[in-house]
Design a protein around this ligand. Structure first.
Ligand SMILES: C[S@@+](CC[C@H](N)C(=O)[O-])C[C@H]1O[C@@H](n2cnc3c(N)ncnc32)[C@H](O)[C@@H]1O
Length: 330
């Protein structure tokens, strides 16, 4: 159970205590309640409080059940566990769960998650960051780079796995530094840079095994160039630093940025293997995963013939960034 609870990308993990064939919800809850006295409640690690509460979550949303059924369920949980009901408390959670694709209703104990440091405003969640880092197929010998690292979500997720070097880079490092988690500052594998992701002057050609990154979404930030141009320059920069053949990338962008990045990545020599549409706090987004082509970078990138060199770094002032976060808190 401890291992399941610590799966980094799972927000909620449960031990199923009892289940019944799905029908009328109040009748189901009465059946589940009746079965509980003969069931063993798991000893949950990390139980700090002597309280508990009950959630009913059916087909993706919170559901209500009859008052009498709820009270009887709560009385039974209390009798079985010795815990007392604390409806608004932070104690053990017991969930009644129904899922569209399952024909049973389940009574479950939510497994306590190991405590995670608080996230900075606008940072991606621990779960999504871990999932995207895992999507990059991490290897212990990797040099890892996030060139738009922000609060360091991907860097911290990557720190939980073996790596040779983990490069954090963000033009606004000075602003982000005070909020970076201590492990990002103390772990000897981490290199901190404050460089323009479009040029990355201290990162040598073909020196990076894997990039996982979340460039500005261009939705509220004032990019100093059209989004298509930004996608082009970002992709060329990633193609330059990634190792040909072995280099992998995972890139998250706003869904409406997909056409720009699709074209930019491919024309920079980055082969898109898959795209995944996701929601980030309700905002449509897309994840690209892929590899650096074995072939030399395309003419355009190699010769610089039509490469657009940014006249100024694509720095989003923190003021602008914070304003955008007020409207778009992820
Ligand atoms: C969408 S945020 C990344 C958020 C990050 N994934 C997190 O969870 O905190 C984009 C980041 O890119 C940085 N940034 C914007 N333009 C940049 C550039 N040209 N070079 C490097 N960093 C840049 C911003 O400072 C911001 O931190």
């Amino acid at each position: 159970m401890e291992r399941v609870a610590s799966i980094p990308f799972a927000k909620n993990a449960f031990a199923v205590i009892s289940e019944t064939r799905r029908g009328d919800i109040d009748a189901n809850v009465a059946q589940l309640t009746g079965s509980l006295r003969t069931r063993q409640f798991p000893a949950l690690l990390g139980e700090r409080s002597r309280g508990f509460r009950v959630m009913v979550h059916v087909d993706g949303e919170l559901a209500s059940i009859g008052g009498a059924q709820k009270r009887e369920l709560e009385r039974t949980i209390s009798a079985c566990t010795g815990l007392r009901l604390e409806a608004g408390g932070r104690g053990q959670e017991y969930w009644v769960i129904g899922r569209l694709d399952m024909d049973s209703l389940m009574f479950c104990a939510r497994l306590p998650k190991p405590a995670q440091p608080r996230k900075a405003r606008g940072a991606l969640s621990h779960e999504l960051s871990s999932m995207l880092v895992l999507a990059s197929d991490p290897h212990p010998g990797d040099t890892f780079l996030d060139p738009f690292a922000g609060s360091g979500s991907f860097v911290v997720a990557r720190l939980g796995m073996p790596a040779r070097e983990i490069v954090y880079s963000d033009l606004d490092l000075a602003e982000h530094r005070e909020n970076l988690p201590p492990e990002a500052l103390s772990d000897g594998r981490v290199r901190l840079l404050a460089e323009d992701a479009l040029t990355l002057p201290s990162v040598a050609d073909a020196s990076v095994d894997v990039v996982v990154t979340d460039p500005p979404w261009g939705e509220h930030e004032e990019l100093p160039m059209p989004y298509e141009e930004f996608a082009d320059l970002t992709s060329l920069s990633l193609a330059r630093v990634l190792r040909p053949e072995a280099g992998r990338f995972v890139l998250l962008c706003a869904r409406r940025g997909v056409p720009a990045f699709e074209e930019a990545l491919e024309s920079a020599g980055l082969r898109v293997a898959a795209t995944h549409d996701i929601l980030v706090n309700g905002h449509p987004a897309t994840v690209f995963t892929g590899t650096r082509d074995a072939a030399p970078q395309p003419e355009r990138a190699a010769t610089g013939a039509s490469r657009k060199t940014p006249s100024k770094p694509l720095l989003i002032g923190m003021g602008t960034y914070r304003r955008s976060l007020n409207r778009f808190s992820r």
